[in-house]
Design a protein around this ligand. Structure first.
Ligand code: GLN
Length: 554
């Protein structure tokens, strides 16, 4: 039996970063999947960190955790959301991992006698990593390889050189280079400029890569003459110069690409015979996102509110949940430190829900706790994620149970009442990379709870990324209160979810539900949370009921 020939699509980016290569790659993946192909996708990150787990979210954005516990680039979130398939550690390759493996091998003596060099040793290791998903049991037809960074970056050279070699090692119809670039509109000249794209493609061609398709990010569609010019200078047929115009929602991008025949060109080049993609459900979903009936305001109170990428999956989860509730979710970003300065009453006035996301470090924690008190007392829907749940425990212990000095061991070691403390197996951990409780863990949900109503089942599995836990020494403190432990690990030792019952919707979870929400299937907790926010909003804005007893009384 001849081995199946996997097709590779390499996606590179030029001119500037943040053009949306991840979304472009995921969109290509979706279109091919909808054509009946089995698609897998890899992100190559040129940095020297082994994974983004130790990076500041300000620099890197969210760390996206997979079921298998690997801490990966946020683009893997887009891949999971668009392709509806769970990624594994094989889907994210970093220069750090590659060098780590090669250097360990060298120390073991595996290269004995050889001088270990970028070419061939590093590039061989990269190629092996890129080929790994292709060899997976489910035998993908197509593997999309997104190269992080911008063409011309020194650190990205190893990956570009590796994919150049791969093109040489495969049949011409088995590899395809797609390049995403920017075509800026210069206001004062009233013109779109092609030069940055020309330069970027020139840089690629200098290292032996000829892109076959150009995706040009622009604020408005490129006209025929511009596409011809770009095609001519970049050695690409002008029909393959495709405008990637700004969209209202990222979920529209695959529809736009399909309209421009991108998937058709790809299949033709790769000799893939497939039916047209059936995009009906995707189109309906996009329509619902764009034209909702209701509107709710949700405040996100966190530390990194100036960098939205730090909360990427949460933002997406709200889009999914809004779509299922026929609602537009307007996010109000509140820096938790400002709550302490200006007061929750003032900063949270008019909201229909509060979300406290995950986080690390003491900065802004008192503001988070204060904002939780505000929504708990005012019966405004609340969802606390990870640190958000821990803050909800602290708030209730302080305000209702009278433990004024309740706090988390994460912030102070000499606490009298550490209601959140270190997990036993985390004590003594000094290495910070990959040492948290990471990845998918099972939990049991108590019937007769908002969480059970949402999930519709008792046994769930969710992804984690934390070091601290609810302190079991305080379980009794909450007995006979409205604070309930509604989710526990199967052995009953770890608290995974809490709820406050004298409240319309108050849920805190130790895990990260945002990592499992999908555009065609919102996460049940986000879905019900937004349903509660819509209800709260409608009640709030309903005209007061007429008082029959006073009407007409003289
Ligand atoms: N800092 C907390 C912990 O380590 C919460 C982590 C998080 O919110 N992801 O337990």
């Amino acid at each position: 039996m001849s081995e199946k020939r996997v097709k590779y699509i390499f996606v590179t980016g030029g001119v500037v970063s943040a053009l949306g290569k991840g979304i472009a790659s995921a969109s290509i993946g979706l279109l091919l999947k909808k054509r009946g192909l089995n698609v897998n996708i890899i992100k190559c990150d040129p940095y020297i960190n082994v994974d983004p787990g130790t990076m500041n979210p300000f620099q890197h954005g969210e760390v996206y955790v997979l079921d298998d516990g690997s801490e990966t680039d946020l683009d893997l979130g887009h891949y999971e959301r668009f392709l509806g398939r769970n990624m594994t550690r094989d889907n994210n390759v970093t220069n750090g991992q590659v060098y780590h493996t090669v250097i360990n091998r060298e120390r073991r003596g595996d290269y004995l006698g050889a001088t270990v060099q970028v070419i061939p040793h590093i590039t061989e290791e990269i190629k092996q990593n890129i080929r790994r998903p292709a060899k997976a049991e489910d035998e993908p037809d197509v593997v999309i390889v997104e190269i992080g960074g911008t063409v011309g970056d020194i650190e990205g050279q190893t990956f570009l050189e590796s994919i150049r070699q791969m093109a040489l090692e495969h049949e011409p119809e088995d590899t395809l280079f797609v390049h995403l670039t920017l075509v800026p509109y210069i206001e004062t000249a009233g013109e779109m400029k092609t030069k940055p794209t020309q330069h970027s493609v020139k840089a690629l061609r200098e290292i032996g890569i000829q892109p076959r398709i150009l995706l040009c990010r622009a604020t408005k569609p490129l006209d025929e003459s511009i596409r011809k010019k770009i095609g001519l200078f970049c050695n690409v047929p002008s029909s393959h110069v495709i405008t990637a115009v700004d969209c209202e929602t990222i979920y529209e991008v695959p529809l736009l690409f399909h309209e421009k025949k991108l998937d058709e060109y790809i299949c033709k080049h790769l000799h893939l015979e497939t039916p047209e993609p059936d995009l009906a459900d995707w189109e309906e979903m996009v329509e619902r996102i764009k034209q909702p009936t209701h509107k709710v305001k949700i405040a996100i109170c966190g530390k990194y509110v100036n960098l939205k990428d730090a909360y990427k999956s949460i933002i997406e989860s709200f889009i999914h949940a809004g779509e299922e509730n026929d609602a537009r979710v307007e996010l109000i970003w509140v820096a938790s430190e400002d709550i302490k300065k200006n007061g929750a009453e003032k900063l949270l006035a008019g909201i229909d829900g509060l979300l406290i996301p995950g986080g690390f470090g003491e900065r802004g924690v008192e503001g988070k706790i204060e904002s939780i008190r505000y929504v708990r007392e005012n019966k405004i829907p609340f969802l606390g994620i990870c640190l958000g749940m821990q803050c909800a425990v602290i708030e209730y212990a302080r305000s209702v149970c009278g433990l004024e000095d309740a706090h988390s061991y994460e912030f102070y070691a000499d606490l009298k009442n550490p209601v959140i403390h270190l997990m036993a197996d985390q004590e003594g951990v000094t290495n910070l990379g990959g040492t948290m409780r990471l990845g998918a863990y099972k939990a049991d949900i108590v019937k007769d709870s908002k969480s059970y109503e949402a999930y519709g089942e008792e046994h769930i599995s969710e992804r984690h990324r934390h070091r601290y836990e609810f302190n079991n020494a305080y379980r009794e403190l909450f007995d006979n209160t409205t604070f309930k432990l509604v989710g526990l690990s199967p052995d009953g030792r770890l608290v995974e979810a809490i709820e406050v019952t004298d409240h319309p919707w108050f849920v805190g979870v130790q895990y990260h539900p945002e990592l499992k929400s999908r555009p065609t299937k919102a996460h049940p907790l986000f879905r019900d949370y937004i349903a509660a926010a819509v209800e709260y909003n409608l009640k709030k804005s309903a005209p007061p009921k007429e008082d029959n007893h006073t009407v007409g009384v003289k």
